[in-house]
Design a protein around this ligand. Sequence first.
Ligand SMILES: [Zn+2]
Ligand SMILES: [Zn+2]
Length: 266
Amino acid sequence: MNLLKIPCDCHLHTDNSFDSETPAALQVARARELGIPYIALTDHCDILEWSDANIARSNAQAMELNALYDDITVLRGIELGEPLQDMDETSRALGLCEYDFVLCSLHNIQGEEDFYYLHPDRSQAAELVRRYFEELLEMVKWNQFDSLAHLTYPLRYITERDGVPVDMTPYLPIIREILATLAANGKALEINTSGLRNPDGMLLPTGDYVELFRRLGGRYITLGSDAHTPEHLAVGMAEGIAAAKEAGFTAVTVFINRQPVEIPFA
Ligand SMILES: [Zn+2]
Ligand SMILES: [Zn+2]
């Protein structure tokens, strides 16, 4: 029995993403089954290879599904990947539809493949992670989004999957700058729970960074399971909420028409 009241899941993929075969209606059905009042469809819009047809379809389906039910709000989102790597396409993507929620992410740094495909050794990893945070800082300064997705994404593969240790100490100053910029701009930090599907998995980012964001003046956090299938929807939310509370947050935020709406934790 599910005793935890899950307020939202604002990072979900459907068959409008290249890496999911799940119809949007099945994600919505699963969220309703779990009694989740807010979800956002955030299909991939990786700017170097996005499909305007898929993004428009995702947006239209969010509206259609939202209109069908009284017990759930289905928000029109995108996961905008690597926006700085083609600014013309980014403008086109942001102008294509009206969105409730723009979740911004960095899966591959300029000129490299997605971290998913990379298997660096220890010294290569240090260099790649440095470039990741540098590009992330530029993205956060660009500021045309609502929430920053899965901070520390490279660790999902480098450390968690491949077991290559990464000393995070050298990156602390730039991580502070990223979080302080987000906070000053009134943007949200996502707590991404997808790592918790794996036995040794972790939150992205871990609670210490969530707490640092809070201490640097951060007000908004969003929660996302990054589910590509219905069975992964909301997985890890209890841990995500616990980390947010422990960091001193009293509410989670959803974005409606690109405006933050805070939902106090029960
Ligand atoms: Zn992502
Ligand atoms: Zn995602």
